[in-house]
Each structure stands twice: as structure tokens, then as C-alpha cells.
Design a protein around this ligand. Structure first.
Ligand code: NDP
Length: 502
């Protein structure tokens, strides 16, 4: 069953669950609408899979887990490379689906889809390169470890970068011999279903990759709680991440959590101000601020505050906010009405606890019914202000001035989050000292974030556990088996305690 996109009418038909290599309706035959955030109009009805569909998908994934584990790594890698080629071939359709469903503007969605094969290729390359190690033990023995897959892994995906986040966790899982069950976000299921078509076309055996769309507390919770799911990767809010971790703990599943953030962008007085302003704007406006690593706390040195704010206004005045299918658009809408109302509420909170310096409204000329918010900047923000402490997930930044470096570091680290930070300075010693003192999982110097498959990504503190991407991702999808062989052929030859008689 092929899902079809009518790009002109902005409608999609025939969305179904993908379980055991087949397209199926959910057992309850229910669905829910997904909307175009540019207009608020319904694009498609999405199957509302529930615990019974998760059961079916996990059973299918479990049934082929051993066969997939013992499929040659070279063969697993070849399938991933075939999938990468198909993603490239279908990149434009995937980009249109992603833009329609998530609010990424079209050329950005095209860039993202064009990049996804990098993740598939990178992890395909790892399939036959990671392994265990040999261990020096006393006696005439050979001791070594095997890195083995976990078995069935569950992947709960958020709505901000739907297909990229799906691929960055499923590609290593599949490459290393796990079978996958995916639960996309209810607001953005379409690219996952299209991707499942490509997985099918690439020739992955039935059951190795499954997609169950549905609601978080139904399908998502059932996946996290399923006793046959050996590992769960969750990306999303810290609150839901804690729920998922508790559900997984009941059957002692391995958990990778990539959660929220409130990342600092630090501007030293010697920074190149044009670069710093550009990095700051990218940091809180990229995808309308709906990015886990969004730089929403702008720590600007007092000596350059006025110059920085002047350039910031000039830059924000050029930002084109609008329908993602207009060629000129640089920032699209928020993903949903719920997210729009949440961000608008934070803007009202900000007005009561700080000074609204820029924006705060609906951008002029944006489509009626769409979920658009102006880039918004607050100044005079205190360290206890909610807008400077809570993850807003919209294009809203707090400017905080500083003079003393120790106070700066303390203020940056005064957060439950620890995902990411950006530093602008010409002084490399200062940059590296600052990078070492920040309690975060990633730092960029003189540039805002650029995600890559080879660099590990994840958080300190309540921003998460485990790492996605890079060689470090291997730990999230493998377990270690230790094997020792007695090479003497005699049970009593060992000199260690384990060889002692009962
Ligand atoms: P959630 O964290 O609730 O959703 C992420 C995923 O978890 C979705 O697939 C969701 O399904 C699923 N989910 C929801 N509830 C459960 C549950 N009880 N058990 C298992 N899975 C569940 O994000 P929201 O959409 O509610 O966004 C709220 C806030 O989260 C945002 O404003 C932002 O602050 C943060 N967020 C952070 C992200 C990041 O990358 N760090 C990404 C997305 C959001 P469903 O879509 O059906 O709810």
C-alpha cells in the first residue's frame, strides 16, 4: 500500500501502520487528523495504533531478531546503503511531506532529507567494524568480549526533526543487528510512514523494521512498557522522558534519553559581533526555536550589549517568516496549535517578568490559521525568571548581561539542563577554558550547531543519558558478552581462584 501525496492540494491518502513487512489498519480502526501548521488545515488521517498494535509489531520484531543478529554485518550494511540510495531518490517527496507535516520550510526540509543518507552510510560503515576486545587473564586461556545486539529496540520520536531523529537512532540499531519498532510523534507521522515504504523497497526482511503511529500515552507508553523491548531510545521533553524511563525500568530495558535543553550562547567582548549575532539568531530561530539545542539564553558581555542588540535588531528585521512553501521563507510556523498556545503563553509570562525588546506578536502577512510567532527577544531577564529557566521550544530568547567570568559560568550552569552551549570569542584559550567548565554534553565555538552522524550528541543532567551518533552510539544498541576459553584442555590447570575445587 503506497501513501500518496497531492502536493497541490496539500493532502495525503492511505496512511497505514507498517508491521511485519505489511501495511495494516490498527486493530481498533481508529484514526486522528494531522494538520498543516502553515494553515491549520487537515492533511491526512493517521492510524491510531494502540497497545494491541504495539504487541503485534514487537512480536514481529522478536520473531526475526535472532535471524537478523546472525545476518552477516556486510549484508546488513548493504541493505542500509540501498536504503540510503532510495532516500536520495525520494528526497523531494520526503521533503514535501516533512515540510507539510512539521512546518520546516521546504528548502530546509530538502537539505535535511539530502543529509539523511549520511547517517545511513555512516552506520552502515560501522556494521562490520565494531567488535569486542581481547583480555589478558592469568593462565593459558583466551579471553575476549563480543558486542551483541540488544534484540528488539523501541524508538519514540518527537515532532521537531521527525525523520532525522528516527534515522539517527534506527540506523545504528539496525546496523548492529537489532530489530526496530518505531512510534512517531502524533503531529508528524508522515515521513516515518514514507520511510517505511523505502525500507520495504530496499528489501529488509519482514519484521526487522516496524512503524506504529498513535498517541504517546497509548502506543508510546505501550512500547516503553513492553517486556520484549530490550532497549528504548526516546527523544523529547524531559517530563515524558522520565515517564518512559520509569516504564522501561519495570522490565530493566536499556534506555537512551535525549531530552530538553536551555542552552547558553556566550558572547565575549572580543567576539566578532556579526558572527555572534548570526549564531545567536540561528540558535533561537532555527525551526522557529523548536530545537533541543536552541540557544535561548544569550549571555552578552555588558561592554558590547548595546552594539550586540543593535545588530540583533537589524538581523531580525530581515528574517522572513511565512508559509514554508514560499521560496523566500526562512522561518516557518510552530508545529501545532498546542505548541503555538504554549509559546504565546510564555511570551505573556515574559512580559510580566522582563522587558519585551523585540517581536512578541504574529508576523505580518503570515497565513490565517497558521501557527506563526515573531522572533522574540526579552532583556532585563533575571536568573529566576521562568523564561530563562524553562524550555519554551519557540523563537524566544532571553538576553542576560554579564561582567565576571566566574559569575557567567555559574549562571550558565544554573539549570536542570545540560545539553549544549555556544561560545563566541577570538581568544582560543578563553574559549577552551569556558568549554571545559560548562556542564553540557556539547559545545560549539564561533558557530551554532550543525548536527553530524560522526559526532556524539547528548546531554548532562536532566538533558538525558546515553549518546546518539558517533562511535559512542554503539553503546546504546549493544550489550557485552565475555567469553573465556581454557587452552590447556585440563580443568585443573588454572592457577586462579575459579579453578579451585568445590
Ligand atoms: P513529548 O516529549 O511529550 O513527545 C515526544 C514523543 O513522546 C512523542 O512521540 C509523544 O507522542 C511521545 N509520548 C508522549 N507521551 C508519552 C508517554 N506517556 N509514553 C511514551 N511516549 C509518550 O513532547 P510534546 O510533543 O508534548 O512537546 C512538549 C515539549 O517537549 C516541547 O514544548 C519541548 O519543550 C519538548 N520537546 C523537546 C524535544 C527535544 O528534541 N528535546 C522534542 C519535542 C519536544 P505524541 O506525539 O503522541 O504525544
Amino acid at each position: 500500500m503506497t501513501m500518496t501525496l497531492d502536493a497541490q492540494a496539500r493532502k495525503v491518502t492511505q496512511a497505514q501502520l507498517y508491521i511485519n513487512g505489511e501495511w495494516v489498519a490498527p486493530k481498533n480502526n481508529q484514526s486522528f487528523p494531522t494538520v498543516d501548521p502553515n494553515t491549520g488545515e487537515t492533511i491526512a488521517d493517521i492510524p491510531r495504533g494502540d497497545a494491541s498494535d504495539i504487541d503485534r509489531a514487537v512480536a514481529a520484531a522478536k520473531a526475526v531478531a535472532v535471524e537478523w543478529q546472525f545476518t552477516d554485518a556486510i549484508a546488513r550494511a548493504a541493505l542500509l546503503r540501498q536504503l540510503a540510495a532510495l532516500v536520495t531518490e525520494h528526497a523531494d517527496e520526503l521533503a514535501r511531506l516533512e515540510a507539510l507535516d512539521s512546518g520546516h520550510y521546504l528548502s530546509k526540509a530538502q537539505d535535511l532529507m539530502g543529509a539523511i543518507p549520511l547517517w545511513l552510510d555512516y552506520f552502515a560503515g560501522l556494521a562490520d567494524k565494531v567488535g569486542g576486545r581481547t583480555i589478558e587473564v592469568p593462565g593459558n586461556k583466551l579471553s575476549f568480549t563480543l558486542l551483541e545486539p540488544l534484540g528488539v529496540t523501541g524508538h519514540i520520536i518527537p515532532w521537531n526533526y521527525p525523520l532525522l531523529i528516527l534515522v539517527r537512532s534506527c540506523a545504528p540499531a539496525l546496523a548492529l543487528g537489532n530489530t526496530c519498532v518505531v512510534k512517531p510523534a502524533e503531529d508528524t507521522s508522515l515521513s516515518a510512514l514514507k520511510f517505511a515504504e523505502l525500507v520495504h523497497q530496499a528489501g529488509f526482511p519482514p519484521g526487522v523494521f516496524n512503524v506504529v503511529t498513535g498517541l504517546g500515552p497509548e502506543a508510546g507508553a505501550a512500547l516503553a512498557a513492553h517486556p520484549d523491548v530490550a532497549g528504548i531510545t526516546f527523544t523529547g521533553s524531559t517530563e515524558t522522558g522520565k515517564t518512559v524511563a520509569k516504564l522501561a525500568a519495570d522490565h530493566v530495558a536499556q534506555v537512551n534519553l535525549e531530552l530538553g535543553g536551555k542552552s547558553p550562547t556566550i558572547v565575549f567582548p572580543d567576539a566578532d559581533l556579526d558572527d555572534a549575532v548570526e549564531g545567536a539568531v540561528q540558535g533561537f530561530c532555527s525551526h522557529a526555536g523548536q530545537v533541543c539545542v536552541a540557544g535561548t539564553r544569550l549571555f552578552v558581555h555588558a561592554d558590547i550589549k548595546d552594539a550586540f542588540l543593535g545588530k540583533l535588531v537589524e538581523r531580525l528585521q530581515t528574517a522572513q517568516v511565512g508559509d514554508g512553501f514560499d521560496d523566500s521563507t526562512q522561518m516557518g510556523p510552530l508545529v501545532s496549535k498546542k505548541q503555538y498556545e504554549r509559546v504565546r503563553n510564555y511570551i505573556e509570562v515574559g512580559k510580566s517578568e522582563a522587558t519585551l525588546f523585540y517581536g512578541g506578536g504574529k508576523p505580518a502577512g503570515t497565513p490565517e490559521g497558521g501557527y506563526f510567532v515573531e522572533p522574540t527577544v526579552f532583556t532585563d531577564v533575571t536568573s529566576d525568571a521562568r523564561i530563562s529557566r524553562e524550555e519554551i521550544f519557540g523563537p524566544v530568547a532571553s538576553v542576560i548581561t554579564w561582567t565576571d567570568e566566574n559569575d557567567l559560568i555559574a549562571a550558565c550552569n544554573d539549570s536542570i539542563y545540560g545539553l549544549f552551549a555556544v561560545i563566541f570569542t577570538q581568544n582560543i584559550t578563553k574559549a577552551l577554558n569556558t568549554a571545559r567548565r560548562l556542564q553540557v554534553g556539547g559545545v560549539m565555538i564561533n558557530e551554532w550547531f550543525g548536527e553530524l552522524p560522526m559526532a556524539p550528541h547528548g546531554g548532562y543532567k536532566q538533558s538525558g543519558t546515553g549518546r546518539e551518533e558517533g562511535l559512542e552510539a554503539v553503546h546504546g544498541y549493544t550489550q557485552v558478552k565475555h567469553v573465556t576459553v581454557n587452552l590447556d584442555g585440563s580443568l585443573r590447570s588454572g592457577a586462579d581462584w575459579a579453578g579451585a575445587p568445590l
